[in-house]
Design a protein around this ligand. Structure first.
Ligand SMILES: O=C[C@H](O)[C@H](O)COP(=O)(O)O
Ligand SMILES: C=C(OP(=O)(O)O)C(=O)O
Length: 364
């Protein structure tokens, strides 16, 4: 007897036409079990979050400074940097609340290395489970130094793996308009800075803050890695980061004042953080110091609204190109994404920002 194919067998395969591999992903719960939160790190995280929220709300008159490499590509180097920054942060703690940039996810304009979680071996092997383990371990090691950390959140699944160890979050210029990211912010347990667009549109960040302040219902994952519907309260601690744009810098007093007006119009707290890098430095790391010094002068002269700064800083100045698979050729402590200030310049700037806050205090 000959079997003839029924209509179902004749149907073309419609699924997964462009997926070439499906591999297991560890669950957030498993990662948290392997690298558990400790009481000391929890204290650092909690203190880092509360201090940032207090500064943003005007309850604490210190400056919030988010400083560190554009991206982490080697956890040992990042820890070396963190040890130096932790000592400096302790010295300036009465005037400056220091949060280390520990960025594991890089949003690319087109293509490029997408960060330590996506490709921890820097060779295109995309060992994501290893990347998650390395990232979480590093966050805990830095937290153990008493130094709070800040991360950019890009993939909406990934916060479940690391967010408990993070004191401050960021949404980048390329995702500020994304509803997915605004919903994510509404769920995050820490203050989140949202950047103006790469073109320099500030309103998109103000709109994002409004959206993130509201509660949402959206799809995400649980700690066990199972898809779920999440219902959120909204995050009242989101704030604008002015990062400049393709039209040029936007840290000038007029743009800061215009941003505060937009925030007031949206019934939001009139506070901004200024990113001294990216569009505000034209990606010239040396310019960052000049931007920070100009902001310091304006802050000590009493300009209102600027409650913090972001600096891209690493051990060595500038940047270098990564050749995939040849990470062993990289210079120690130099960025493989955007150019950074070197450590001595960073330490001097942090001292200067501490003096700035002291001057502003004395002026009342
Ligand atoms: O901060 C880092 C970069 O500016 C951002 O990830 C975009 O990088 P790219 O333009 O080199 O892709
Ligand atoms: C990607 C970053 O910045 P932006 O989103 O402003 O380009 C960053 O701060 O690493």
């Amino acid at each position: 007897m000959t079997l003839t194919a029924g209509p179902a067998d004749a149907s073309p395969d419609l699924d997964d036409q462009r997926i070439t591999a499906v591999n297991p992903l560890i669950s957030p719960a498993l990662l948290r079990q392997e690298h558990p939160m400790t009481p000391d790190v929890a204290k650092t995280v909690e203190h880092g979050r509360t201090a940032a929220a207090d500064i943003l709300a005007g309850r604490d008159d210190r400056l919030l400074v988010v400083v560190g490499p554009c991206s982490v590509h080697d956890p040992e180097v990042a820890l070396d940097y963190a040890q130096r920054l932790a000592r400096k942060a302790a010295e300036v703690r009465d005037q400056v609340h220091v949060v280390m940039r520990v960025y594991f996810e890089k949003p690319r304009t087109t293509l490029g290395w997408k960060g330590l979680i996506n490709d921890p071996d820097l060779d295109g092997s995309f060992a994501v489970n290893k990347g998650l383990r390395t990232a979480r371990r590093l966050l805990l090691d830095i937290g153990a130094l008493g130094l709070p950390v800040g991360c950019e959140f890009l993939d909406p699944i990934l916060p479940q793996f690391i967010a408990d160890a993070v004191s401050w979050g960021s949404i980048g210029a390329r995702t500020a308009a994304s509803q997915v990211h605004r919903q994510l912010c509404s769920a995050l347990s820490m203050p989140v800075g949202i950047k103006n667009s790469t073109e320099g549109d500030v309103q998109v960040a103000v709109d994002a803050i409004r959206a993130a302040a509201a509660g949402h219902v959206f799809t995400g994952i649980t700690a066990d890695g199972v898809a779920a519907l999440l219902t959120t309260t909204g995050n009242a601690d989101c704030h604008v980061i002015l990062r400049g744009g393709s039209a040029g810098p936007n840290y000038d007093a007029a743009t800061v004042a215009d941003t505060l007006t937009r925030l007031r119009a949206a019934n939001l707290p009139e506070r901004v953080i200024v990113d001294a890098s990216h569009g505000n430095s034209g990606k010239d790391h040396e310019r960052q110091a000049a931007v920070a010094m100009e902001l310091a002068d304006r802050i000590s002269a009493g300009e209102r609204g600027i409650v913090g700064m972001m600096l891209e800083s690493f051990l060595a100045a500038g940047r270098q190109d990564l050749v995939l698979g040849r990470a062993h050729e990289l210079t120690y402590g130099r960025s493989i994404t955007d150019a950074c200030l070197d450590w001595p310049t960073t330490a001097t700037l942090l001292d200067h920002l501490a003096t700035t806050v002291g001057t502003r205090r004395r002026a009342g």
